[in-house]
Each structure stands twice: as structure tokens, then as C-alpha cells.
Ligand binder design. Structure first.
Ligand SMILES: Cc1ncc(COP(=O)(O)O)c(C=O)c1O
Length: 399
């Protein structure tokens, strides 16, 4: 006979699904709850632009609301936005996606990831992805009934995932490869050549590739390769893109998916029953961003690049070895020389020096030994944070 405790515990546990019980809350959020309780903190934590959305984009949304555009849009997104997006993908990558049935406007790349997984996975299907990676990747897979299969990457190979390592993990259950370059948390960018090798493996094994290209516009001194532009892989690619990072539009909740029409139709089915459509004002803002946002993107990229150079040099000078990130807005230095775990390092740095960074372990096992420093913050704050980190490292450096 079970005890009272067992009965209660079981009852409580059954309230939520086994799938949800398998995933943990984001390691980033936990950290920010602690941060919010301390005053005077310099945050290199949250991964979002410190810029406000450019004024002309905000104004477009304000005007639309004044005119009373407050209703639902088509499930797939406003036709004008899909047309603009189709033009954008053609102009930038020479890719042809039909606005009618190969594009879907989503509530950020976050929704795009979730839809993609739910649209393609059957129970037990495996998804190969790099470790470390964005916090939502493995959880999205688990919530969709799939199984994440991690491919270790490290500083020595610039956190690039190799085609050979992916190939070695392919089984008869493998459905898709999920990659996201430029990468969060490492800032790694992969060359066209290395991505082509992954495309080749995907083609040979008839796998889909989900390519999260939310940081596509944030590259420094290198070119971004859109995965779908690689030879004979477009039909097998689900391209996810967004407005959050390039146009400083995190709060608007808007993004898109581009893929063949069968996949887009499946994703749209889920989207229409869960979201209905992306926010109407955000869609109007996105049209403006695609039409006239380019100069603001270039200005912001230039600014991030200046900060990137300062933080990477600063971290290396302190003794926190940091490979040169060529994309996104993250530096991912090694903290191994302190002998602390990445969680210990981040917690003690926050308490002792009031600087917030994110433990690398929040992004997977291979993130252990590193911390993520987001440099989308003012140069003055970056310099002060580096000063404080130096005090911290000097104090705790192993002999
Ligand atoms: C790699 C990556 N993908 C997706 C997202 C989610 O972006 P969105 O704001 O478009 O939902 C983020 C946000 O930090 C990210 O870093």
C-alpha cells in the first residue's frame, strides 16, 4: 500500500505531462531572477539588443493602429509582408520562395522552431544538433516527442560542428539536423565550405535541415551563408529567420519560416490552431523594417563590431581565453583557469563584482568551462564590466 506522501506526490506529478516534466526551466531565466534582486549590476546577460527599435519602424506600427488595423490577419501572415519577405530573400540570397505557400509569418523564431519540430517529428525521431547551443533547441525537440542527439563542439575547432561528427550520429531514427549559425552562445560562424559538407551529408541521408538564421545580419568581417543557398539542399531546408536581433525588435514577437510548401502547410496547420496569426502591428512594423530598415541594421552592426573588438581583447587580456566570435553579439570565454564551474563563476562574479554573465552550462554539457558575455550593451558598461572581471579573476586565478 502506498503512503500518504507517495499518493500526494504521484497526484501532484500527474498534473503535468511527462514531456514537460522532462525539460528544465531555462538556465538563463533562473539567473536573471537572482540578478533582479541585486542593485548596480552590469549585465552582459540577456541576449538582446540595447537599441530601441528604429523610429520609422515604430512609427509605421503606430500609424497602422491609428488607422484601426487591429484585426487578425491571414494565418500565414499579411500578403504584403510575405511579398516583401519573398523579395528580401531573392535580393539577399537569390532564393525564390513563393509568398503564397512557401512562407509563414511566425511569432518569432521561437514559434518557428516549435512549429518546425512539431510539423516533422514523430515519436522517437532523432534531431542532431551542436552542443553548446541555444537553450530552446533540445527542449523544443523533447516537447515535440523527439530525441535530441548532441554533437560536441569546442573552442579548439571554433565551436563549428563538423559534417563527419554529424554523420557518425546518424541512425535510422534520424529525421533532421538543427543548426544555428551565427551561433548563440558562442558567436561562431561557419564557412560556406563547411556548411556545404553538412548539406552533402543531409542530402545523402535524405535528412531535413532546420537552419536558425536569426543572427544572419550580425556578422563581422565575414559573410553569412544562408543554408538554403547551398547546392541542391533548398527543398530539404527549413529556414527560420527573424526581426528580433537585426532590427532590435525582440518585444514585437515576429519572425518567419521559409520551406517547401508541404512543410509550410503542416506548420501553418499548427500555427492556425495555436497562434492564429502573428501580431498585426508587428507585421506592419516588419514590412517597414524590410522596406527601409537597412541603414539602421548597418549602423547597429558597426556599433556591435566596435564593442566586440573591445570585449574580446579585454577578456583575453584578463586571461579568460576567448576565440574570436564572428557573428551574433556574444563572446564565449573559457573560465577554466579559475577552477570554478561555469555556474559557480557566474554566481560569484555577480555577487562579488556585480557583473552578470550566463554560465556556459546553460547551453549544454559542452558549454561547461565557459561563460556567455553579451556585448549588446554600451561601451562604457563593457569597459567597467571588464575592469570588475579583472579584479575577480586576479583574486581567484589558480596558481
Ligand atoms: C539562436 C536563437 N534562436 C531563436 C531565438 C528566439 O528569437 P525570437 O525573438 O525571434 O523568438 C533566439 C533568441 O535569443 C536565439 O538566440
Amino acid at each position: 500500500m502506498s503512503t500518504n506522501y507517495q499518493r500526494q506526490h504521484r497526484k501532484h506529478h500527474n498534473l503535468t505531462s511527462q514531456r514537460v516534466n522532462q525539460i528544465s526551466p531555462s538556465g538563463i531565466r533562473k539567473f536573471f531572477d537572482l540578478l533582479a534582486s541585486i542593485e548596480g549590476v552590469i549585465s552582459l546577460g540577456v541576449g538582446e539588443p540595447d537599441f530601441t527599435t528604429p523610429w520609422h519602424i515604430r512609427e509605421a506600427a503606430i500609424n497602422s493602429m491609428e488607422k484601426g488595423y487591429t484585426m487578425y490577419t491571414s494565418n500565414s501572415g499579411m500578403p504584403e509582408l510575405r511579398q516583401e519577405l519573398s523579395r528580401y530573400l531573392k535580393d539577399n540570397y537569390n532564393l525564390s520562395y513563393s509568398p503564397d505557400d512557401e512562407l509563414l509569418i511566425t511569432v518569432g523564431v521561437s514559434e518557428g522552431l516549435d512549429l518546425a519540430m512539431r510539423a516533422i517529428l514523430d515519436p522517437g525521431d532523432e534531431v542532431i544538433m551542436p552542443d553548446p547551443c541555444y537553450v530552446a533547441y533540445d527542449s523544443c525537440v523533447i516537447l515535440a516527442g523527439g530525441k535530441p542527439i548532441m554533437v560536441p563542439t569546442n573552442q579548439e575547432n571554433n565551436f563549428e560542428v563538423s559534417a563527419a561528427d554529424i554523420k557518425a550520429r546518424i541512425t535510422d531514427k534520424t529525421k533532421t539536423i538543427l543548426i544555428g549559425y551565427p551561433a548563440n552562445p558562442t558567436g561562431a560562424v561557419m564557412t560556406r565550405e563547411k556548411l556545404s559538407q553538412i548539406a552533402e551529408v543531409a542530402r545523402r541521408h535524405n535528412l531535413l535541415v532546420i537552419s536558425d538564421e536569426i543572427y544572419a545580419r550580425l556578422v563581422y568581417g565575414v559573410e553569412h551563408t544562408c543554408f538554403a543557398t547551398l547546392p541542391r539542399i533548398k527543398e530539404n531546408t527549413i529556414l527560420l529567420g527573424g526581426f528580433s536581433k537585426a532590427y532590435a525588435m525582440t518585444g514585437w514577437r515576429i519572425g518567419y519560416a521559409a520551406a517547401n510548401k508541404e512543410i509550410i502547410a503542416s506548420m501553418t496547420k499548427i500555427h492556425q490552431y495555436t497562434m492564429m496569426c502573428a501580431p498585426t502591428m508587428a507585421q506592419v512594423a516588419a514590412i517597414e523594417a524590410l522596406k527601409l530598415g537597412e541603414p539602421s541594421v548597418l549602423e547597429m552592426v558597426e556599433d556591435y563590431n566596435r564593442r566586440r573588438q573591445v570585449i574580446v581583447k579585454g577578456l583575453n587580456d584578463i586571461g579568460l581565453t576567448c576565440f574570436e566570435p564572428r557573428g551574433a553579439f556574444y563572446a564565449f570565454p573559457s573560465i577554466k583557469g579559475t577552477g570554478m564551474t561555469s555556474e559557480e563563476f557566474a554566481e560569484r562574479l555577480l555577487i562579488e563584482q556585480k557583473v552578470a554573465v550566463v554560465p556556459g552550462s546553460a547551453f549544454g554539457q559542452c558549454g561547461e568551462g565557459y561563460v556567455r558575455c553579451c556585448y549588446a550593451t554600451s561601451l562604457a558598461d563593457i569597459e567597467e564590466a571588464l575592469f570588475r572581471m579583472k579584479q575577480f579573476v586576479d583574486k581567484h586565478k589558480m596558481a
